[in-house]
Design a protein around this ligand. Structure first.
Ligand code: TTP
Ligand code: MG
Length: 382
């Protein structure tokens, strides 16, 4: 059932009509299409749980499994403890990618020319031609019907006057949701939400905002803009505009690679510097290869370390020039990781990422464009 603000029913849409389509529990739903006997049951897609001794994480799970508290990114061993009777399946990425490709083709056919933006394997923005809210709802229903008929999958759709609103709306009534926010209801829609609903406001910014008494979008909107800018710089402006429901970012295809990375989960947690530094060499070589495949230079090296117990940290360093030097990747990564070695705590996972990329020979630098999720090549070894 589509939800919208009652008073806007009669209003014609004045501006853009943006849809965000996000597939429901994507990997696990694709699995239930090929294993119909699993429909309605808890299904977890991710690493092998090895009866509770498995070491990877949950990629996603069915909504039935979510009722047990299981979610993406959770250690698979914990998921197993929460619901040992769930069906645990490995990630069949090639299958999900081919289903994703077909879904994206359907979605693209509903968008205006060049107004389609795939943001992840199961999610895309569409700028559609709609004169009224009813038109927009009609398009969303057609999309849902076509995907259900052709792929036997459901999705959730948010409709709004910009990407921010469409994105937040898409998440309101999952699964199989359709949420419409009329242009004159944006403030009413956003105001009561926590600031973390705004893309880009993570835990750290949330805490900083909390420190100045801001927890809701309404409070952020009402906060003195100068104070936000003095604290957060340019991001303060952007954050404030988003809290006011203003987001002019275009729906456009983003073909650029924004970062490349590799990570590895050790077979056994380790604090042995030799093992860790050898792994960094291997990861740096792999990451460097991905960088060359993408035809890019980098300026920022980041490392991710996860200790036993899932305590995870990242560190990044930018250099003052563009580089493609693998030795530099190794040296910086080792320096950044050095901080975490010799702490009497064992490492479970380690990862390297190169970002702030520029296509070799290109005039301008590739930025991290707000409003679009990073397009990353991130592969998992081990
Ligand atoms: P999401 O759209 O975030 O999640 P989802 O489709 O499984 O569930 P929802 O109904 O809430 O949208 O991610 C899409 C797919 O990306 C997901 O099916 C599996 C994969 N994924 C991971 O592998 N790891 C992760 O941490 C997340 C969040 C997703
Ligand atoms: Mg999804």
């Amino acid at each position: 059932m589509a939800r919208r603000c009652a008073i806007s029913r009669r209003l014609r849409l004045r501006s853009r009509t943006i849809l965000l389509v996000d597939m429901d529990s994507f990997f696990s739903s694709v699995e239930t299409v090929r294993h119909p006997e699993l429909v309605g049951l808890p299904v977890v897609v991710g690493a092998d749980p090895k009866e509770g001794a498995g070491r990877g994480v949950v990629s996603t799970c069915s909504y039935e499994a979510r009722e047990y508290g299981i979610h993406s990114g959770m250690p698979i061993s914990k998921a197993y403890r929460l619901c040992p009777d769930a069906t645990f399946l490995p990630v069949a990425m090639a299958l999900y990618q081919s289903v994703s490709g077909r879904i994206m083709r359907i979605l693209r056919s509903f968008a205006c020319v060049d107004k389609f933006q795939r943001v992840s394997i199961d999610e895309a923005f569409l700028d559609v031609k709609a004169n009224t809210l009813e038109d927009a709802i009609g398009i969303a229903r057609e999309i849902k019907e076509e995907i259900l008929e052709k792929e036997k999958l459901t999705c959730s759709i948010g409709i709004g006057l910009n990407k921010l609103v469409a994105k937040i709306a898409s998440d309101m009534e999952k699964p199989d949701g359709l949420t419409v926010v009329a242009p004159d209801c944006v403030q009413e829609f956003l105001d009561p939400m926590p600031v973390t609903k705004i893309p880009g406001i993570g835990k750290k910014t949330e805490q900083m905002l909390k420190g100045i008494g801001v927890t809701t979008i309404h409070e952020l909107r009402e906060h003195d803009l100068r104070r936000l800018v003095s604290r957060f710089g340019k991001w303060g402006y952007r954050m404030h505009a988003l809290a006011c429901g203003i987001d002019g970012s275009a729906v456009e295809e983003d073909r650029t690679v924004k970062s490349v990375g590799r990570e590895i989960t050790f077979d056994e947690d380790t604090s042995d510097p030799d093992v860790i530094y050898d792994s960094i060499d291997a990861l740096a070589d792999g990451t460097h290869k991905a960088l060359l495949n993408a035809g890019c230079l980098f300026r920022t090296v980041s490392v991710k370390v996860r200790f036993e117990g899932f305590d995870t940290h990242t560190r990044a360093r930018s250099i003052g020039f563009m580089s493609s030097d693998p030795e530099l990747v190794k040296r910086i990564s080792k320096e950044l990781v050095g901080e975490f070695i010799g702490k009497n705590k064992k490492l479970r996972l380690i990862g390297i990422r190169l970002s702030n990329l520029r296509v070799m020979g290109a005039e301008s630098e590739i930025g991290d464009g707000m409003g679009a999720r990073q397009t990353s090549i991130y592969e998992f070894i081990g």
